[in-house]
Design a protein around this ligand. Structure first.
Ligand SMILES: [Zn+2]
Length: 229
């Protein structure tokens, strides 16, 4: 059997591969080779929605070796059950925290999220895995019509829900309580480019430009107790 490469329609992917190797890679070759020789030491685990409009490297300015990433539909975190089940997101959290020893975990949702909209509008009957998966966000849904504002609130509530669930991971809770790991909740607004970060002191999301920090988890970051009195 022959493979007629002349007729394949790959939406420009081959051109992209060639451009990467001939243009981008030579300018960053040393960085990649250092990352092979010295291994990767990312300090951040980024849990983001799979949505194609969310581009974590653009938002954060991070380059190769800086973000350990897991992406899934809705940026959802399954409950930690300590099982040996086939669960990619759970395995990624364990690896990032226990092996890479990351110091930050970001959960990043976004505006116009199809996963969150599906909480209100449902999914195709055949999408049985998707339907089950989205139950991880069900508690974020509001008993209202899915207006723009309700969607925004639901997307943000889901981020809070996933952060809370992360705290049920024993290795996460231990490190957060020891001050060795910080959780960050983000909501990216595609149309304005703003990232709103969760602020535990205000129990809500604020634009990063006004927050003075890069987001908190469901609880205040670890603070050393001051002297008594
Ligand atoms: Zn999404």
């Amino acid at each position: 059997m022959t493979y007629d490469t002349g007729k394949q329609d790959d939406d420009g992917m081959l051109e992209g591969l060639k451009a990467f190797q001939s243009d981008y890679f030579p300018r960053h070759q040393q960085r990649f080779q250092d990352l092979v020789a010295g291994g990767q030491h990312p300090t951040t685990l980024f849990i983001g929605c799979s949505d194609s409009r969310l581009v974590p490297y653009l938002l954060t300015g991070a380059g190769p070796g800086e973000l350990f990433m897991v992406r899934n539909v809705g940026a959802l975190v399954p409950p930690y059950d300590g099982s040996q089940g086939l669960h990619g997101t759970m395995a990624a959290v364990e690896f990032a925290v226990l092996s890479l020893q990351v110091r930050h975990i970001i959960v990043c949702g976004h505006s116009h999220c199809g996963a969150i909209r599906a909480l209100y509008e449902g999914v195709p009957d055949r999408a049985v895995a998707l339907k089950a998966w989205l139950e991880l966000a069900t508690d974020a849904a509001l008993p209202v019509q899915p207006s723009t504002e309700a969607m925004r609130r639901t997307e943000q509530r889901s981020v809070e829900l996933q952060l809370a669930r992360l705290m049920d991971y024993p290795m996460v809770r231990e490190k957060v309580e020891a001050g060795a790991l910080a959780l960050h909740g983000w909501h990216y607004v595609i149309e304005t480019g703003e990232v709103h970060v969760f602020d535990a002191t205000r129990a809500g999301f604020v634009p990063a430009a006004e927050a003075g920090h890069s987001g908190t988890g469901p609880f205040m970051p670890h603070v050393e107790p001051g002297p008594p009195g």
